[in-house]
Write a protein that binds this ligand. Structure first.
Ligand code: PMP
Ligand code: GLU
Length: 400
């Protein structure tokens, strides 16, 4: 059907790309539904069921009739549970008024960008970056300034690179540690170096800490605002239950930020979406205040899978990875296998061919602003990972 001219798209929508991670997951799902044995290592989604006690809390909420509107920014009980959990784990006291609960952390990021950014403002985004950052920033008319990092530096933003990217229009810095898509975790010293530059340049900092509880080998989980006194006045932490509690479908994420900005984000949400799902909010209270052994169990399982993936990838020629300290991603440098006479020319074609020939779904590095790489999620069983890695090795051996 040809659409009427009155539906000509708003200018800000003309360059909007769909989420490459979700697009690849949908494609793998469709192939599976048609009977093809696809190993899906595309989307970043824990493969564990949501822990039973959390599901029970959701069911109890329905039975108790908690199925009506709640305050737009979340119920007082959930905001308090989030504030208490954060204060306990980070050591930095925050109040429920600083917490805005949204329909997933993706929505929280939208709230932050919409509330703070003006057209033409610059936001520094280290690459590789999670797919949605650049698109959500561009929707506000602001400009994502992509700052490259390299595998030699474990894909971490270097202080000098940050300094050189700052202009009079820079308003914000976006950080993600543990990182999606690289799995690398910044050390305290590295973060302090960045924090000092942000303070000196008067930048706001959005710290995406959604993987904060998925750190391996006893690494510290560090929340950005705790690094220097007063940093909390210029920082917004983004987090949620999706990854820590395997609750991706429940859609609960949040921001912890200065009270004034939080109030504005609550108003935005009251106009755009009203409250996040009431039932999910009750489940999230149970997640945060109930037994936490499920978090340890899942973290340990991810660490074992990380070990398996690192071991297997180290045996495959032509692939390099950084030091994976958290989250559940391996970000493969595939430069060595690109551009051969009969091989794929770029990461998109590499992923296409891997899917077509070996039925393994991954996501092209170009979607994360890092051509020459491919992301594989290791949020899959050891059996699936072993099969997937066998197939990746077989695929690479055929590229001539
Ligand atoms: N930030 C990062 C880095 C992510 O990987 C994700 C995964 N979807 C999100 C935010 C958003 O998570 P959700 O909307 O499921 O809470
Ligand atoms: N964050 C996950 C990923 O990167 C989920 C998909 C998405 O939200 O884009 O795969």
């Amino acid at each position: 059907m040809e659409e009427a001219a009155c539906f000509q798209l708003a200018q800000r929508m003309t360059s909007l790309q769909p989420s490459a991670t979700l697009a690849m997951a949908a494609r793998a799902g469709a192939m599976k539904a048609s009977g093809i044995d696809v190993i899906d290592l595309s989307v970043g989604e824990p493969d564990f069921p949501t822990p039973e006690h959390i599901c029970q809390a959701g069911k109890a909420a329905i039975s108790a009739g908690k199925t009506k509107y709640t305050p737009a920014a979340g119920t007082p009980a959930l905001r308090e549970a989030i504030a208490n959990d954060y204060t306990r784990r980070s050591g930095l006291a925050v109040t429920p008024a600083q917490v805005i609960v949204s329909n997933g952390a993706k929505h929280s990021l939208h709230n932050v960008f919409t509330s703070v950014l003006n057209p033409g403002d610059e936001v520094i985004v280290p690459t590789p970056y999670w797919v949605s950052y650049a698109e959500l920033i561009k929707l506000t008319g602001a400009i994502p300034v992509l700052v490259e990092t390299s595998i030699e530096e474990d894909f971490k933003l270097q202080p000098n690179a940050l300094k050189s990217a700052i202009t009079p229009r820079t308003r914000m810095l976006l950080l993600c540690s543990p990182s999606n898509p690289t799995g690398v975790v910044y050390s305290r010293e590295e973060l302090v170096g960045i924090a000092d530059i942000a303070i000196e340049a008067d930048l706001s900092v959005v710290s995406d800490e959604i993987y904060d509880q998925l750190v391996f080998d006893g690494r510290e989980s560090i929340s950005f605002p705790t690094l220097r006194p007063g940093l909390e006045s210029r920082s917004i932490v983004v987090a949620g239950v999706s990854k820590t509690y395997s609750m991706t479908g429940w859609r609960i994420g949040w921001t912890i930020g200065p009270p004034g900005l939080s109030k504005v984000m609550g108003s935005l949400q009251s106009q755009e979406t009203s409250n996040p799902c009431s039932i999910s909010q009750y489940a999230a209270i149970e997640a945060l205040t109930g037994p936490q052994d499920c978090v340890t169990l899942m973290r340990n399982a991810f660490q074992l899978r990380r070990d398996l993936v690192v071991e297997r990838l180290s045996q495959i020629p032509d692939v390099k990875i950084p030091d994976i300290g958290g989250a559940f991603y391996a970000f493969l440098d595939i430069h060595a296998s690109l551009g051969r006479p009969h091989g794929p020319p770029d990461s998109v074609t590499w992923c296409e061919q891997l899917l077509e020939k070996e039925h393994v779904a991954t996501v092209a590095g170009s979607a994360f602003g890092a051509e020459g790489h491919v992301r594989m999620s290791f949020a899959a069983s050891e059996e699936k990972l072993t099969m997937g890695l066998d197939r990746i090795a077989s695929f690479l051996s055929t590229i001539q």
